[in-house]
Design a protein around this ligand. Structure first.
Ligand code: NAD
Ligand code: DAU
Length: 341
């Protein structure tokens, strides 16, 4: 048994479990931890899709509700052994248009969860991002570690940083039993088509050229969503309470390389993309040093080869048009409105 007291039959509350990483977490947990009882709390915003969990309808309870609803959160937390907190507004471009839901969900929502786990002495695992550390230069050889100072750039990343600091303060001041993970860019099935990789895959499938912001040289450190989730379970099982673990799989690639790989995977010329106006304040490079997670908890990624993981993801979007088609047009209209601004 790890520090979390992981037991067969434990009850977990997964916030944001109808979103990209949360839904994959629920699938991963059903497959690898079939004894765990799962309740999902999700506001079912534009970013979610109930059908991501459709095949698990019998096995998982889905509660539609807001993590800022203190009464609902209190009731659900009182009935669980562990909260795994994924729910967030997650898209940088949206946070630049209207930051208010980011403050509400990422800050007030996390505060609401913290007060409930404090009242009921329930273990919390808080999911966060490497973006809290700001960005690195392209010619800088360093990578983020757990000791890198916080320096977020966007409304999204600053609200995630705020949520992390709230969790750390509740650990120190109130003895809340929490762990935190900060992960790099995820890719895989069920990712909303507003995000870079699915947007470009579905553009190419629609005969539209992929859109690269600026010169396309910004670097992201890609990790398959299943590797993120296996790392989250490693921390839940054996992570030290109060600690932060960085999750990354040594997947640094610039955006141009990723677009070219998508084009080639779909049988198109590697240069059939467009450059478009850059994102304001666009972070240059993220890179994770996951030594602590690997050496302390023995975690290793299953998708060491990005090309293989990307090919599987391209194939998933080809095979699951029924999942992404309903959100594609509205997403591109949102992007067109941003571009026209
Ligand atoms: P997502 O946008 O796909 O899903 C977020 C989910 O949260 C959605 O189902 C949405 O309906 C739900 N939600 C939003 N506001 C809510 C509210 N007020 N109450 C209840 N539910 C609400 O996001 P994602 O990409 O799956 O990210 C999940 C978590 O992982 C976030 O905390 C994000 O910061 C973090 N993260 C994401 C990445 C990435 O690459 N996507 C990397 C590192 C960390
Ligand atoms: O690093 C972890 C973060 O990764 C998470 O915390 C966020 O929730 C997640 O959205 C992601 O943030 P990014 O801003 O890095 O991801 P996004 O998919 O929006 O963009 C990835 C890169 O691709 C980034 O450099 C911007 C660029 N981009 C994005 C889009 C949508 C393009 O060049 N063209 C595009 O059309």
């Amino acid at each position: 048994m790890g520090t979390s007291g992981t037991l067969a039959g434990m009850r977990i509350l997964v916030t944001g479990g109808a979103g990209f990483i949360g839904a994959n977490f629920v699938h991963w947990t059903r497959q690898h931890r079939p004894d765990v009882e799962i309740t999902v709390l999700d506001a079912l915003t534009y970013a979610s899709d109930g059908s991501s969990l459709a095949s698990l309808r019998e096995a998982v309870s889905l509660v539609e509700g807001d993590i800022s609803d203190a009464g609902l959160v209190d009731t659900l937390v009182s009935q669980t052994d562990l909260v795994v907190h994924f729910a967030a507004e997650s898209h940088n471009d949206n946070s630049l248009v209207d930051p208010s839901p980011f403050v509400q969900t990422n800050v007030i929502g996390t505060f609401t969860i913290l007060e409930a786990v404090r009242r009921h002495d329930v273990r919390l695992h808080h999911i966060s991002t490497d973006e809290v550390y700001g960005d690195l230069e392209l010619d800088d050889l360093s990578r983020f570690t757990e000791d890198t100072p916080y320096n977020p750039s966007s409304p999204y990343s600053s609200t995630k940083a705020a949520s992390d600091l709230l969790v750390r303060a509740w650990v120190r001041s109130f003895g809340v039993r929490a762990t935190l993970t900060n992960c790099s860019n995820n890719y895989g099935p069920y990712q909303h088509v507003e995000k870079f990789i699915p947007r470009q895959i579905t553009n190419v499938l629609d005969g539209v050229a992929p859109k690269l912001y600026g010169d396309g040289l910004n670097v992201r450190d890609w990790i398959h969503v299943d590797d993120h989730n296996s790392a989250v379970w490693a921390v839940i099982d054996n992570g030290r309470l109060g600690e932060t673990y960085l999750i990354g799989a040594d997947g640094e690639k610039n955006n141009k390389e990723v677009v070219q790989a998508i084009l080639v995977a779909l049988g198109q010329p590697a240069d059939a993309y467009d450059h478009v106006t850059d994102r304001p304040g666009h972070d240059m490079r993220y890179a994770i040093d996951s030594t602590k997670l690997r050496s302390e908890l023995g975690w290793t990624p299953a998708y060491a080869d990005f090309a293989k993981g990307l090919a599987a993801t391209v194939a998933w979007y080809q095979a699951n048009e029924g999942w992404w088609r309903p959100m594609k047009e509205a997403t591109e209209l949102r992007y067109a409105a941003i571009a026209a601004h």
